[in-house]
Design a protein around this ligand. Structure first.
Ligand code: IPM
Ligand code: MG
Length: 360
């Protein structure tokens, strides 16, 4: 197959991890006889520096024209002045919105070789297999009005949490469809005891649930969910929630696996939408440029890309198996080494490529 993949390395460790992911994609292409064409574009802080815009027209055009988009990370201290009017993160939000990728899938799985890396007791972590489905193009991230004003001589900032029924329905449907392919259990997370937008969310979730009577369903309040994720993470299958709650809960859930550096994500929309794939970690400015970042989250994101955007199921599984083998053979980047010996970003990438090519 021929496919065009737009690469957005972005800021911080983004370029380092995307370079390794690209090598893995090349190895997949070679082993399975595909041809991938890469179109590398500016996004985030580096795009602000070079063009003044965190998502230049050319970048957006290249994303919309691609078969899939792979992003590293955006943001960093250089651009984090809270009074700045242009910020790297605005580019990422605009990209998600422009691609129409309203469902962000964040699988939380524990690699057996890393069970010891979790801060939770091994018996709590064994059998954890969660799919967080985070609504990505609505809610308080996008609701208007949003802004600043001065009221009674005091500065004020405000955001609006807003959902319409269609936004809720479509992301719930994706969650229920996924649940059917998994363990047929779905947890919808909201704050319906306080927020009007959450009460609508819950009402619509129940309507959608009637179309999936075979899936076990439960509503959980977000504060309680934060607790359950630590106390009994293995009980959950698919978790569907809004944009802000999903942002927070997915970082929390990631720690069950021991490292944020291991977790990939896929952002999907309706049929025909271009999928966006990115590690869930950020730009990690503290370790950028040192060659020590863990590239596995980005490499695992390419597996999601191969499966979801290109339909290359066998290739996707091969990448995941190669990562598992690499970990099994003892390779660790610093974040998952627990103080033991570690290898750098590039060597980790090379090990995965070797495992994939079968000459390890
Ligand atoms: C994430 C990140 C982003 C978000 C930031 C960088 C805008 O935290 O993908 O989880 O909040 O969505
Ligand atoms: Mg986040």
């Amino acid at each position: 197959m021929n496919a065009t993949i737009t690469l957005l390395p972005g800021d911080g460790i983004g370029p380092e991890v995307v370079a390794e992911a690209r090598n893995v994609l090349d190895a997949v292409a070679e082993r399975y006889g595909h041809s991938f064409t890469y179109n590398e574009q500016l996004a985030g802080g580096i795009a602000i520096d070079e063009t003044g815009d965190p998502l230049p027209e050319e970048t957006l055009g290249a994303c919309l024209a691609a078969d899939a988009v792979l992003l590293g990370a955006v943001g960093g201290p250089k651009w984090s002045d809270p009074t700045a009017s242009v910020r790297p993160e605005q580019g990422l939000l605009k990209l998600r919105k422009s691609l129409g990728v309203y469902a962000n899938l964040r699988p939380i799985q524990v690699f057996p070789a890393l069970a010891e890396a979790s801060p939770l007791r091994p018996e709590l972590v064994a059998n954890v297999d969660i799919m967080v489905v985070r609504e990505l193009t609505g809610g308080i991230y996008f609701g208007t009005p949003q802004g600043r004003s001065v009221v009674d001589g005091r500065r004020e900032g405000f955001d609006t949490m807003r959902y319409n029924e269609e936004e809720v329905r479509r992301v719930l449907k994706i969650g229920f469809e996924l649940a059917r392919q998994r363990r047929s259990t779905l947890t919808s997370v909201d704050k319906a005891n306080v927020l009007a937008s959450s009460r609508l969310w819950r009402e619509v979730a129940h309507e959608v649930q009637h179309e999936y009577p075979d899936v076990a369903y439960e509503d959980v309040l977000v504060d309680a969910m934060a607790m359950h994720l630590i106390n009994r993470p293995a009980d959950f299958d698919v978790i569907v929630t809004g944009n802000l709650f999903g942002d927070i809960l997915s970082d929390e859930a990631s720690m069950i696996t021991g490292s944020l550096g291991m977790l990939p994500s896929a952002s999907l929309g309706d049929a025909g939408a271009v999928g966006l794939y990115e590690p869930i970690h950020g730009s990690a400015p503290d370790i950028a440029g040192k060659g020590i970042a863990n590239p596995l989250a980005t490499i695992l994101s390419t597996a999601m890309l191969l499966r979801n955007s290109l339909g290359l199921v066998e290739e996707a599984a091969a990448v995941e198996t190669a990562v598992a083998h690499t970990l099994q053979s003892g390779c660790r980047t610093a974040d998952i080494a627990r103080g033991g010996p570690s290898i750098g970003t590039q060597e980790m990438g090379e090990r995965v490529v070797m495992a994939l090519s079968g000459n390890r």
